[in-house]
Ligand binder design. Structure first.
Ligand code: SF4
Length: 325
């Protein structure tokens, strides 16, 4: 497999102008994505994982959100500075995204055939209507929708949550993207449907060789699905490593806290789960130095002076913490 990254995010800073002032929801984030591999981005709500995804897609809410600094190299093009019309061509065709709530992407007043057909028309203008219909039915079957031909005539509200999510995956795959970004795509579904959707994504990846960026707050999903992991905290990268390394040799105190908070079958019944004490700092009132210091059991005097840089401590293993100098 070609080891050259197809996406290289370098020191990304994404800011929002708000009534209370400028906030940097993503501040100095860097990572690579390789074909056929899945990168998991994990962290608590508001840590910047979804804003990172929206920055890559150039779908930040306008006029308040903007990329302030950094590069997002998709092959040899910098998405961060690409003119809107050229970005339009990459979206869906090069990089596609699925969201937690399919209704954000599906139009409630149009039937599935029209919505799926529009994606094909956009990416393959040479396709005639008969071919589009044939491709749409085949894609719905591929994502596990039974009676696909009949479902083409359904409105989104006539489908179950799991089926809507499958339709959204089909729409994302219609442009045959090289990278699929999945932002908490199974959170709103019950556990058996969640497992089916995750299984579907793995199978589609094996078939197409696409890369996946999987955004979640659940480390269990990361362990099952991902090759590499980026742990984010308050807009920054806490740790980055191959999945096995992260679970076997976690280094950042925040990662250690996340791992110890996972419920285990061998825990004594009715004992309290471990939690990470304290709260994530507000992006309006970030402390000087390490952003995890108010919750960190290992915090030292120097931790509040300057933010710890992201350092490589082993092969492909990077940590932002003064414990590893
Ligand atoms: Fe804890 Fe200091 Fe490391 Fe931050 S830099 S995680 S406060 S030890």
């Amino acid at each position: 497999m070609n080891d050259t990254p197809i996406l290289h995010v370098d020191n990304l800073v994404t800011a929002f102008d708000t009534e209370q002032g400028l906030i940097r929801a993503v501040d100095g984030v860097s990572f690579d994505v390789r074909a056929g591999r899945t990168l998991g981005i994990v962290g608590e709500s508001g840590c910047g994982k979804s804003v990172t995804a929206l920055s890559i897609m150039r779908l930040l809410p306008k006029p308040h959100g903007h990329i302030e600094h950094g590069r997002i190299m998709f092959h040899d093009q910098d998405i961060a500075t690409l003119p809107a019309d050229r970005m339009h061509a990459i979206r869906g065709y090069g990089i596609a995204m699925i969201f937690q709530e399919p209704m954000t992407a599906l139009n409630p007043v149009h039937k599935i055939d029209r919505q799926l057909g529009e994606v094909f028309e956009l990416h393959f203008p040479e396709m005639d209507n008969a071919r589009i219909r044939e491709k749409s039915v085949a894609l719905l079957k591929e994502v596990g929708i039974s009676e696909a031909r009949e479902r083409m005539n359904a409105y989104p509200h006539q489908l179950s949550g799991g089926m809507r999510q499958r339709v959204m995956i089909a729409m994302a795959l219609a442009g045959e993207p090289e990278i699929l970004i999945a932002d908490e795509p199974t959170t709103a579904l019950d556990v058996t449907i969640q497992a089916q959707i995750l299984d579907l994504m793995v199978k589609l990846q094996q078939k197409t060789g696409m890369a996946i960026i999987f955004i979640t707050h659940a480390l269990g999903v990361i362990a099952e699905l991902c090759d590499d992991v980026l742990v984010m905290y308050a807009g920054t990268v806490a740790e980055r490593a191959p999945v096995k390394t992260l679970f076997q040799h976690p280094r950042h105190p925040y990662t250690l806290g996340l791992l110890s908070a996972i419920p285990r079958l061998d825990n004594t019944p009715k004992t309290r789960l471990n939690t990470i004490r304290g709260m994530v700092p507000s992006l309006y009132e970030l402390p000087d130095g390490c952003r995890f210091q108010n919750r960190c059991p290992y915090a030292m005097a120097g931790c509040s002076i300057a933010p710890p840089p992201l350092r490589q401590i082993d092969d492909n293993h990077w940590v932002s913490c003064y414990l590893y100098r």
